[in-house]
Design a protein around this ligand. Structure first.
Ligand code: NAD
Ligand code: MG
Length: 299
């Protein structure tokens, strides 16, 4: 079926399912395909217009949630896309590869654990080999585990969150740099938690603040090379991250209710920002953080 742009006004309050959501839990890292309601990654709605024709993108956490919405949009805009994810997420990843191919582009599935420095280097090598180069790098994978008290955060868990959210983007970016030419872009997924942290996300919030500083600092290093570095700062979005320990289980039914739009956002509602930041139309944006948080947090 040909996808056409919707021209009717859409009320953001009524556009998507609202709280209360069904109570649900999965073990980490979780599958989008098992969520209720299913998240909207733009499968039936995103319409491309060749804004990324011929580009080669690597997206970490591209199997589900925000990364999947970016992967679908990039493919429909004409990019070939490699996605990274954990082996347990193979079924979600294969759905994304099928959607990329349906858009007429090449999709590459590269499973592996980015808390491992060697794997991060290998991931970039595999992506560059498969894609025939690299000009869009999206550091989007993330780990979030809620904890009422700092006393309950184990060193293992703190370390895993730091490795996934802070070390991996460093390792992946360092390895990718030699492949990025002028006009290439790097995009990080940060969070409202960087600006207005919840008490229960003590470790995670610090990593998301680090992601903001990554954008602000790296954009200064790479500006003179013509490589732009920006970030996306989502509010509460309906993704597996949240139902695998990202929120306390009892908080899931009311997830997103505190936003001005009184609901969780959907991954599809962020796709346009990822496209803008990657495309030539965003050519004067570097060192910026673009928010989509239903009226919460900064920026
Ligand atoms: P998600 O669960 O769909 O995506 C996160 C992905 O990270 C997983 O799919 C997984 O593939 C990947 N990942 C985690 N640990 C990994 C590891 N060790 N090795 C390889 N891959 C690993 O959830 P999402 O909400 O779409 O998360 C994407 C990004 O959005 C994260 O950086 C998260 O911090 C950020 N974010 C999410 C929200 C939200 O409310 N969902 C809000 C603000 C920011
Ligand atoms: Mg996933």
């Amino acid at each position: 079926m040909e996808k056409t742009q919707k021209d009717a006004l859409e009320n953001p309050l009524e556009k998507y399912p609202k709280p209360p959501y069904p109570k649900q839990q999965q073990s980490f890292p979780g599958l989008a395909s098992k969520m209720d309601p299913l998240p909207d990654h733009g499968e039936d709605s995103y319409v491309g217009s060749n804004r990324l024709r011929g580009r080669k993108a690597l997206i970490t956490g591209g199997d589900s949630g925000i990364g999947r919405a970016a992967a679908i949009a990039y493919a429909r805009e004409g990019a070939d896309v490699a996605i990274n994810y954990l082996p347990e997420e193979e079924s979600d990843a294969q759905e994304v590869i099928a959607l990329i191919e349906e858009a007429g582009q090449k999709g590459y599935a590269i499973p592996g654990d980015i808390t491992d420095e060697r794997f991060c280097e290998d991931l970039v090598k595999q992506a560059v080999k498969n894609l025939g180069g690299l000009d869009i790098l999206v550091n989007n994978a993330g780990r979030q585990q809620a904890s009422e008290s700092i006393a309950d955060i184990s060193s293992y868990s703190f370390d895993a969150t730091m490795k996934t959210n802070v070390y991996a983007p460093f390792w992946i970016t360092r390895a990718a740099l030699e492949h990025l030419k002028a006009g290439s872009v790097i995009i990080a997924t940060t969070s409202v938690q960087a600006y207005d942290p919840a008490g229960i996300l003590f470790d995670y919030a610090q990593t998301k603040a680090a992601n903001v500083a990554y954008v602000k600092s790296l954009s200064k290093q790479l500006g003179s090379k013509g490589i732009r570095v920006n970030g996306v700062s989502p509010g509460p979005i309906w993704t597996p991250l949240q139902i695998c320990g990202g929120q306390p289980p009892e908080a899931i039914p009311q997830f997103g209710e505190m936003s001005e739009l009184k609901r969780a956002g959907q991954p599809a509602e962020l796709a346009g920002i990822f496209v803008l930041l990657a495309s030539n139309e965003g050519s004067y944006a570097t060192g910026q953080i673009y928010g989509a948080a239903g009226g919460m947090g900064h920026p």
